[in-house]
Design a binder for this molecule. Structure first.
Ligand SMILES: [Zn+2]
Length: 124
């Protein structure tokens, strides 16, 4: 688990964990200027984006596999099927990146919420 300061410095845009003193993330996001609520909303939106990217990548990758198998099955004697390996690799890589980004966003969001909950329970 990250220390509290680092939790709030997880960039909601690129999910890079910034140092405590960072005013801006490497990607240009003004990390020191946003409230915990905005941070949560941004992380939730990053999570949604990553999820849809993972699903889209999976659809592309699996779709390309299905089409490739179909061309093999439907190929006549002596014909070769077409292996859409470019789309398969690109789709599955996209799904993998999206999935790993989704996990990062989910963790950062959970930690941001835990910090916010702790903070609000300390207020009188
Ligand atoms: Zn960033």
């Amino acid at each position: 688990m990250l220390p509290e300061a680092a939790i709030m410095r997880t960039c909601p845009k690129c999910l890079l964990v910034n140092t405590d003193s960072a005013q801006r993330c490497d990607c240009g996001f003004p990390i020191s200027q946003i409230s915990a609520q905005v941070m949560e909303a941004e992380l939730a939106s990053a999570h949604r984006d990553a999820l849809s990217r993972a699903v889209m990548g999976l659809v592309i990758g699996v779709g390309a596999i299905v089409v490739s198998v179909a061309t093999l099955v439907l190929a006549g004697p002596g014909d070769q099927g077409v292996l859409f390996y470019g789309a398969i690799i690109a789709g599955l890589a996209m799904a993998g990146r999206g999935y790993s980004r989704m996990l990062d966003a989910r963790q950062a969001l959970a930690e941001a919420r835990a910090v916010e909950k702790k903070r609000s329970s300390q207020e009188p």
